[in-house]
Design a binder for this molecule. Structure first.
Ligand SMILES: [Cu+2]
Length: 305
């Protein structure tokens, strides 16, 4: 963590220095971010897109309401303990009803809940789906890995497995990095359709503010958007069996041109079962452009289970 914090500070310093020499800050603002848990992280993860921005501001609103209520109740309690102690108040009042007070302590909490409920419902509907999707990805939770599909790009599909600790490369995160990340273009509204193959899993990427159950026999919809390039880490967060803890998610957001290059490569590689990653057959009946007509219809990952 210390390393990353220093790195960020160094980056900001570098940006300031370069800005002084007339290098546009916008070029540096595109520096890739890492959306991941951090040691001693106390708040929510940093935001990589608009949904997480909305979650963070709603969280801040509720947090300050809680702080105000806590201070108010604690102060009231302290005052009552001091003011009505036996020594200062030897003959306690036997008052048991006060209509004005009772209405006030009913109405005020209701108003506080309304203040919370309005942005809360607005956020729920905002997260629910995107009106104009630029891209759709299919996400399937499986015991115990993720299976991704790109129906808008020839419907190629592939599996995403965690990198074993002994195989980690420099800079990769233990129990979080995967062999084949989900790749999306920066700034695109990505419709996410989730299904489950075996049991209920949950697709959860905190820094993009996305979370949806993956349920067998049912398709759920949500969306995400990364407003800056980066690598966003998540995990299955619905207990799904013994390897539940080992279902990391990596979403890489890259510029459009890089995304298109990745799609072209992925269509070829995943169609033919070439590296990187475990080979996967095409979805039945939908050959990817450029794929051999006789692509084997065997899902190797399936056979491995
Ligand atoms: Cu799972």
């Amino acid at each position: 963590m210390a390393g990353r914090a220093t790195g960020l500070l160094g980056l900001a310093g570098l940006a300031a220095a370069l800005a002084a020499f007339g290098v546009p800050a916008a070029a540096l603002a595109q520096e890739a971010m890492i959306g991941a848990p951090q040691p001693w992280g106390m708040g929510l993860q940093a935001s990589g897109g608009p949904i997480k921005d909305a979650i963070s501001s709603f969280n801040a609103l509720v947090f300050w309401i809680i702080v105000a209520i806590t201070i108010f109740v604690a102060a009231l309690l302290a005052y009552v303990i001091w003011r009505f102690r036996a020594e200062a108040n030897p003959n306690p009042s036997r008052t048991s009803h006060n209509t004005t007070l009772e209405i006030a302590w009913t109405v005020v909490p209701v108003l506080i809940l309304v203040v919370i409920a309005i942005p809360s419902f607005r956020l729920i509907y905002y997260q629910d789906r995107t009106v104009d999707a630029d891209l759709t990805v299919n996400v399937q939770g499986r015991q115990w890995y993720w299976h991704y599909g790109y129906p808008d790009n020839g419907n190629f599909t592939f599996d995403s497995y965690p990198v074993q600790t002994e195989d980690l490369q420099a800079g990769q995160m233990r129990n979080l990095d995967v062999d084949n990340p989900l790749v999306i273009p920066v700034g695109a509204n990505v419709r996410v359709l989730t299904t489950g193959q075996d049991v209920i899993h949950s697709f959860f990427v905190p820094s993009l503010g996305v979370q949806r159950y993956t349920i067998p026999g049912r398709t759920l919809e949500t969306w995400m958007r990364a407003d800056r390039p980066g690598t966003f880490y998540g995990q299955c967060n619905q207990i799904c069996g013994v390897n539940h803890w080992f279902m990391p998610i990596v979403v890489r957001a890259v510029p459009q041109a890089e995304y298109e290059a990745w799609v072209a490569q992925a269509q070829a590689n995943f169609a033919q079962g070439l590296p990187p990653g475990p080979p996967v057959a095409l979805a039945a009946g939908v050959p990817a452009p450029g794929a051999p007509a006789t692509a084997p219809q065997i899902n190797v990952a399936e056979a491995r289970r």
